[in-house]
Design a protein around this ligand. Structure first.
Ligand code: ARG
Length: 589
């Protein structure tokens, strides 16, 4: 469907043309003076420069021709040459009716599907998830859903950190504790036990200890590096132990991401490309791209137009070990070969921006990646506590995601179960649904790049710009619709009529018309916060309408049905927006 503003713009363009001016001057936007008008066109000001004529005169001529259009209920010219417009009820309601009859409310989906690989989540195996991982998971999941909603294909890949020193540290710590384990016996040729010799709880203790130890104990660090090398070289026992670490961790990760309603199509990691590295390194050397610099193998990626220093991309360290870069480059190659994506999108902390710039340039320059494959990095800011410093536990430790989520779930349960008649089971279910919206909306409503303050109380509030407020609004709509049905009404029979009852009614209709424009913008910018802002506005205009209008008790049946149809549309749009953000509303709360 043509976007509403474009449709209004067409009318104004025609008037510009008829008045003898360039039709491109007829662009219409939402008014920035809602006290004066609903929409406005500023084309006469631009026209004044081209035609060397007073803008007011141009605007007046155009306004004369505009009178013929049925799109506007009022057309006013304001100095120095604004054309202030109010849309006519019929033009507005016709559009909303067509939206209701269209797939995805008239969203323009592409003729040609594009394929995206979304690289998000990025947990490091054996290290517990912390609040920073929340952002990658929540933003990435939403971006994936937005892309799919637009009609494209998206494959989510978790890209675990499962191969580096962190694995060697865990293995070294286990070895130090129990050196007699069969995994460390080089002479052993039998089958290794099926059961892991540790639980996820053990692992969570092992890693931080080992990591701390390696910082003060050089011998232990050397041992960890040796273990890493043995693992990477394929020593049987080390691989078997690694497999245990992976199985135990992945099971736990799945549980955590499940709780967040985040789902990955691919559970791959750095280890999955390890075998492709020698071939890739040879290709980079043979192609003359990579050269030795201080013993390390690097590829130059600086460009003449750079305004800041872009260091070379390192492929191998001087000891021949591969790095984060190496696995990322090999992963690009593998994704190209396997999926032929049009775009690969990475969602990480913004501090990795320079890193991705280097990797992307290297991949393009060396042809590891096709020249027309888009490589996109979406960097996000830090999650801070109320003190403005990175979010920590009360005793200053790293806040584990699991505890954070549990804390909010518990508080929400408390809130929901008091003063409401609900079974414990329902209260549990409802509170976790609402808690998820609090967490996700709290994050997504900020522009990704910005830092934000994780304010549990505010996020959980049922009022204001919060997830629970949006859910509450949707629940309100659901309950009105339910009542309508209980009173014998049939929602399918309800149609939006061309009568507009009051200002809040009109505001709601106008907000609805902005859906496809907003969704297209959110997709073009891969920006979930645009959906959040729209959803919040929609909830606000709906609630004003609700407070000012009798709906169920409306005596005129046709008007009542028209309201019900509008509610159904508001609900559908809200639910689709929430679906794109990765949360949903319960039936009651
Ligand atoms: N594991 C990394 C980290 O914790 C994030 C991985 C992001 N994805 C990638 N392809 N590099 O920082």
């Amino acid at each position: 469907m043509e976007k509403f503003l474009d449709k209004l713009g067409k009318e104004v363009s025609l008037a510009f043309k008829e008045a003898g001016y360039d039709e491109n001057l007829g662009k219409v936007g939402i008014s920035n003076r809602p006290d004066l008008c609903e929409y406005q066109c500023n084309g006469a000001m631009a026209g004044a420069k081209i035609y060397k004529k007073a803008p007011l005169a141009i605007a007046n001529e155009v306004a004369e021709f505009l009178k013929k259009s049925n799109a506007f209920s009022s057309i006013e010219v304001c100095p120095p040459g604004f054309i202030n417009l109010n849309v006519s009820d019929s033009f507005l309601t016709d559009y909303v009716i067509e939206m209701g009859n269209s797939d995805k409310f008239g969203l323009n989906t592409p003729d040609k599907k594009q394929k995206y690989v979304i690289d998000y989540g990025g947990p490091n195996v054996a290290k517990p998830l912390h609040v920073g991982h929340l952002r990658s998971a929540v933003i990435g999941e939403s971006i994936k859903r937005i892309i799919r909603y637009m009609g494209h294909e998206a494959i989510g890949d978790i890209h675990m950190g499962d191969w580096g020193l962190q694995m060697g540290l865990v293995i070294a710590a286990i070895k130090e504790e129990k050196p007699d384990m069969v995994y460390f016996d080089d002479a052993f040729t039998g089958e290794y036990p099926k059961e892991a010799p540790f639980t996820v709880g053990d692992l969570e203790e092992i890693y931080p200890k080992a990591s701390a130890k390696s910082k003060v104990d050089p011998e232990f660090k050397d041992e960890a590096m040796l273990c890493t090398k043995k693992l990477q070289d394929g020593v049987r026992g080390y691989r078997a132990l690694w497999k245990h670490i992976m199985d135990v961790s992945v099971e736990d990760l799945k549980k955590n991401y499940d709780n967040l309603n985040v789902e990955f199509e691919l559970w791959r990691g750095e280890s999955d490309v390890y075998e492709d590295i020698p071939g890739m390194v040879k290709y980079l050397k043979d192609g003359g791209y990579a050269y030795l610099s201080d013993g390390a193998l690097v590829v130059d990626v600086k460009e003449d137009t750079d305004t800041k220093e872009i260091p070379p991309c390192m492929i191998l360290k001087s000891d021949g070990a591969s790095l984060y870069n190496t696995t990322d480059l090999a992963t690009i190659l593998k994704r190209e070969e396997e999926f032929h994506p049009d775009s690969i999108v990475y969602i990480t902390d913004k501090r990795q921006e320079l890193y991705f710039e280097q990797v992307f340039r290297c991949a393009k320059k060396t042809g590891l990646c096709k020249s027309d494959t888009k490589l996109v990095h979406i960097g996000f800011g830090t999650v801070n506590g109320k003190d403005g410093k990175p979010f920590k536990t009360r005793d200053g430790g790293v806040m584990r995601l699991e505890y954070l989520i549990k804390d909010i779930n518990d508080k929400m349960y408390e809130k929901i179960s008091t003063g409401r008649e609900m079974s414990e089971e329902e209260a549990k279910k409802v509170s976790s649904t609402v808690a998820l919206s609090a967490i996700k909306y709290g994050d997504l409503s900020n522009q990704a790049l910005k830092d934000y303050i994780f304010d549990t109380e505010r996020f959980m509030s049922f009022e204001g710009d919060t997830g629970p407020y949006l859910l509450y609004t949707v629940v309100r709509i659901k309950s009105i619709l339910k009542k309508f049905v209980e009173n014998g009404g049939k929602i399918e029979d309800c149609k939006v009529m061309s009568t507009v009852s009051n200002e809040s009614h009109k505001n709601l209709l106008m907000k609805i018309t902005g859906f496809n424009e907003m969704m297209e913008g959110a997709f073009n910018e891969l920006a979930p916060h645009r959906i959040c802002a729209y959803l919040y506005d929609l909830a606000n205009v709906f609630n004003s309408f609700y407070h000012e209008t009798k709906i169920i008790s409306e005596e005129n049946e046709d008007i009542k049905k028209s309201y019900i149809a509008l509610l159904k549309l508001t609900l559908g749009i809200s639910e689709d927006c929430m679906q794109c953000l990765g949360f949903e509303a319960p039936d009651r709360m």
